[in-house]
Design a protein around this ligand. Sequence first.
Ligand code: CDP
Length: 213
Amino acid sequence: MIIAVDGPAASGKGTLAQGLARHYRLPHLDTGLLYRAIGLAAAGLEDQPGFEQAAIAAAQALDAGQLSDIGELTTARAGVLASKVAVIGAVRQALFDYQRRFALQPGGALLDGRDIGTLICPEADVKLFIQADSKARMERRARQLEQRGLPVDRYRLFHQIEERDQRDMANPHGGFYRAQDAHLLDTTLLDIEAALRAAIAIVDRTMARKAEP
Ligand code: CDP
């Protein structure tokens, strides 16, 4: 079974994806980490002429070992850098094969990101599109960062998330919209357990329907 989980920044898709992967015992790829790692690799040239080339080179040379320093990868700054490298077509192209291979491994997989159900794996068995209003998303991300002992400026964080949403929506290479066959799950009023229960119900229902003669 292949599960695709997409949605905007801090919508709760990462936590949900982890819970679903555990529940169904599927290998999980957080594709945002790929863009974050590349953004950080090119950070020294941010807003300078060599930025694009540095990002493309980093994408072509990406190895999974770079994804282990979760602390730095999950900062708000890495998120903004990620959305800057994510608009570069050659970066997305370089990451496409890596993500496809992961999705098509025997036994299935779960991937979360922005374009999994639309571009990376349009044939996924179940597609979820996770949504939550901007304030709830900011508050969640703020608490996540605070739990890790990082200082949080909520006003700045709100603007970073909005800036990222806008850049993502305008991305000419991304299929960052809800796939036609994706199930919408709004988590604004749901805690982690309730959101996971709702997602499991959708997956079970969809797979049961597929198994019908
Ligand atoms: O967890 P959060 O939603 O805040 O961010 P993320 O999923 O780690 O993604 C960070 C950024 O990477 C996004 O704002 C997108 O610009 C980019 N991204 C992408 O272009 N395509 C993906 N499949 C995943 C992330």
